[in-house]
Design a protein around this ligand. Structure first.
Ligand SMILES: [Zn+2]
Length: 840
């Protein structure tokens, strides 16, 4: 420790102008003894510098990729879509010019390895396919910068060795898995660069501002979205993946600056049990090629001690449930251009060279292990065909067909076949209506992937997880679900699942009713209220015209509105079509139950929503909310930066949302007081997870937590990390009872709900029972890992607190209702907190 401090002391503030850093040369990167075609433009000819001198922007990366495709018959390029910020999502295909002439045939032949009848194929004659992608975390930029060298090498290297490689390998190359993040980070690193480089880690160059370049536009971690594929970048990738069935997929990252270089396999005890053992053995065999290549250039590395292959939503784990080998690379990060570390000076070019080396050793391994990996893939699909059950999954939702349709669409992104139900079906008290249910036979090509998406699991070999321990999609979507339906229920296959289209709305002169169960009902309500129309929410069920309306039905009167009856009809018809739901006209106010003129219809106000973002707020949790409201419900929100709160006029907003806290220090005291004052004056405040502690300190809300006591009795120094790690809830699914008569639960037709939780904040229930509309059951764990001590603590507690403070309303969720854009099942809780706060 002392030595490190001394070294840092000696090296700090001394400008470094090592030629290798400020002016790296192409020779530094490229393998020896290879000649290069002089007709192929080097990166320097386009960029004006050799890679490593500056951080490449995504725009320039695209330009160079296009130039390479135009210059070399070995390379084709395609744009597979656009990011949220409009950047192209590129794919380059690299192979011999001869293979390019037959590329469609090669693709088809390779895909045939995954189909029945594959025994007759001669794998000796089939090229292997690698899919190599860079910098899914935009501020882990050595990958994308190495991509410049990778593509130059593939285009320009000459000789029989490269010719042979290109005959045997098809390389799918994505130079930037996260274009928006890369662009944001390159701007940061370049604009803060000194001419006289500084290695001081405290320099602004190494301290990005919130939210940093790791995430995409809506601050999602794209390396968690390979399974749900809710985001455009992932959707493009998944399409390529399933079209090509690559045999190796690599995912190039960066980690802490004091590390070396990591390549998989990761920690073996944490491998997902559905992944074949041979997958990890092959990963280790591929690792020998990386090791040899790193030994040759003198770079240090390690394997097996970190990271894992558990959550299939990560790029390096997703391939493992698809008959392929996913490989994670983690390079110690220089973040900017040069940093002092425990391993001495870490330069940007050094990190680029390591990534480029791993890129080439992957191709070398692919070529050498070609037949073995092709056979592995063929065997994987053959054995999954023979193991697949003969029955089917069925899921659906009678009161919310859109939510069920979205899960069906998710499956279709993964080429999983979805069928209509032949007839109504009943199992274990659940009734599946044939009109709103989907049948998924297990015996299909991606049966293992399907199992990995749908299964529940509560026992584990290890108690530590690099990421979440559960993601079971039918639970995440809170759908009626059975896993043992007869496959004969499947009728016609659906090519492309679409959301419901309502019939044209007939005109009423009295009122319209909007059932609240539909996923998009809050969007419809928002449009109605924003148009200046009056709408009320019914707080009790009733029957009108033979139709039963549940808690939370929204009623829009026809008289005394800003629009006449005709205009209102046309407007609501458009709203219903835009939001894929049905609005019903009614002729009379008399119902079975509360009449439409009842005081149990409560007037709703248009919501002006502000979301706290910036330092002190967790970026991904904030981004999930921004994305949900903006892209799914088309609700315009204001993002308020915590830094400028003191100069903000809060009176413009009706609802203020505080996501959980993150790095950066939280909200300063005067801003906190300002928020409290706004709440007491009548604001609707919604806080998530760790925001609870700030809310309590601020006197906005009161609750008692359940504290756990877990003394380390028989734990050695070496075991301490695992011991403490085992107490973390990385992400698991818990069941809660809901009081359907409370407005927070309006829209749900079941008395139980599945919640996603990744905190250990346990709140005791209130002694007044109706203040506990959501509370965990006595055995709440449905899927995922929780330690015994935490499990005892969570039983019977509540994840939701609501209280009136002054004239305002305060709501706390300890769980994440918006997790990673795929937790459709609890969206309605969050929407109720926004739109129905007046009824609470
Ligand atoms: Zn990363």
């Amino acid at each position: 420790m002392k030595q490190t401090l001394l070294r840092v002391f000696l090296l700090l503030f001394i400008p470094f102008t090592y030629a290798q850093v400020s002016h790296p040369t192409l020779d530094y990167y490229l393998p020896d003894n290879v000649s290069y075609n002089p007709e192929i433009p080097t990166p320097q000819e386009l960029l004006g510098y050799v890679p490593g001198e500056w951080h490449v922007s995504h725009d320039l990366l695209v330009s160079y990729m296009e130039k390479m495709a135009a210059s070399s018959p070995r390379i084709t390029i395609e744009n597979r879509g656009r990011t949220f910020e409009g950047r192209p999502i590129l794919l380059l295909t690299v192979t011999s010019p001869e293979n390019h002439k037959n590329i469609a045939k090669i693709k088809k032949q390779h895909a045939a390895l995954t189909d029945s009848g594959s025994e007759s194929l001669d794998t000796d004659t089939i090229p292997i396919v690698t899919y190599q992608g860079m910098s899914i975390h935009g501020n882990e930029a050595s990958g994308s910068n190495a991509g410049l060298l990778a593509i130059y090498y593939l285009a320009a290297a000459e000789g029989p060795a490269i010719d042979l490689m290109l005959e045997n390998v098809v390389i799918l190359f994505d130079p930037s898995f996260n274009p928006d993040g890369l662009q944001r980070f390159s701007y940061w690193a370049n604009t803060n660069k000194n001419q006289s480089l500084t290695s001081d880690p405290q320099d602004r160059e190494y301290r990005e501002v919130w939210p940093g370049g790791r995430y995409n536009h809506y601050w999602f971690d794209l390396n968690r979205d390979w399974l749900p594929a809710e985001l455009p970048e992932s959707q493009a990738r998944i399409k390529t993946y399933h079209a090509w069935h690559p045999n190796i997929l690599t995912d190039h990252h960066e980690m802490g600056s004091n590390s070396s270089f990591f390549f998989q396999p990761g920690i073996q005890s944490r491998t997902h049990p559905l992944t074949p053992k041979l997958n990890q053995e092959l990963t280790a065999e591929i690792g020998k090629y990386h090791a040899a290549a790193f030994d040759k250039i003198g770079s240090f590395y390690y394997t097996e001690e970190d990271y894992d292959d558990f959550y299939y939503g990560k790029g390096s784990t997703f391939p493992d449930i698809n008959g392929s080998i996913g490989i994670l690379f983690e390079q110690a990060s220089s973040r900017g251009h040069i940093q002092e570390t425990d391993n001495g000076l870490l330069t940007f070019p050094f990190t680029i060279r390591n990534q480029f080396t791993a890129f080439l050793s992957t191709i070398e391994a692919a070529q050498a292990m070609r037949i073995k990996l092709l056979n592995y893939q063929r065997d994987f699909y053959a054995s999954s065909r023979s193991e697949a059950g003969g029955d089917a999954y069925i899921f659906g939702s009678k009161n919310d067909p859109a939510r069920a349709a979205h899960l069906a669409q998710l499956l279709q992104r993964h080429q999983i076949s979805v069928y209509e139900a032949d007839k109504n079906y009943e199992s274990k008290g659940l009734k599946f209506d044939k009109k709103s249910s989907y049948v998924i036979p297990k015996n299909q090509k991606h049966s293992r992937l399907l199992q990995g998406m749908f299964e529940k699991r509560t026992t584990f070999k290890d108690s530590l997880f690099y990421d979440i321990s559960a993601w079971s999609f039918p639970l995440a979507f809170n759908l009626d679900f059975s896993e043992n339906a007869p496959s004969s229920l499947a009728s016609s296959k659906i090519d492309s699942v679409s959301l419901p289209t309502p019939l044209t709305l007939s005109k009423s002169d009295y009122a319209y009713l909007l059932p609240w169960g539909d996923y998009y009902a809050p969007q419809a309500l928002n449009e109605i209220l924003n148009a200046g129309l009056r709408a009320k929410v019914g707080i009790q069920p009733f029957t009108s015209g033979g139709v039963t309306y549940d808690y939370g039905t929204v009623m829009i009167p026809v008289q005394n509105q800003k629009m006449n009856a005709e205009e209102l009809n046309q407007f609501l018809d458009k709203v219903a079509k835009d939001t894929h739901l049905s609005i019903n006209p009614v002729k009379t106010g008399l119902t079975d139950g509360i009449d439409l003129g009842s005081r149990k219809f409560i007037a709703l106000e248009p919501q002006k929503i502000a979301l706290l973002v910036g330092d002190g707020i967790n970026a991904t949790d904030a981004g999930e909310i921004w994305h949900l409201l903006d892209t799914r419900f088309h609700i315009s929100i204001t993002k308020l930066d915590t830094k400028s709160l003191s100069r903000t006029d809060l009176s413009k907003y009706t609802t203020l949302i505080m996501p959980t806290s993150g790095w950066g220090g939280g909200i300063d005291e005067s801003s906190g007081d300002k928020i409290s004052e706004w709440v007491r004056g009548g604001g609707n405040f919604i806080g998530f997870k760790n925001a609870a502690r700030w809310m309590k300190r601020q006197g906005l809300i009161d609750f008692t937590t359940v504290e756990t006591d877990n003394p380390a009795t028989n734990v050695t120094f070496e075991q301490r990390r695992d011991f403490n790690g085992a107490q973390v809830i990385g992400g698991a699914i818990f069941k809660a009872k809901i009081d359907r008569s409370h407005p927070i639960a309006f829209g749900y037709d079941s008395s139980e709900i599945n919640l996603f939780r990744d905190t250990t904040l346990f709140i005791e229930t209130d002694e007044t029972s109706y203040k506990n509309p959501i509370s965990y059951t006595d055995e709440p764990l449905v899927s995922g890992y929780i330690s015994d001590i935490n499990y005892e603590a969570i039983k019977g507690t509540r994840p939701f607190v609501q209280q009136s403070t002054g004239r305002g309303n305060v709501i706390l969720f300890t769980d994440n209702t918006n997790f990673r854009a795929f937790w459709y099942g609890t969206t309605k809780l969050f929407m109720n907190a926004i739109f129905l706060n007046e009824a609470m």
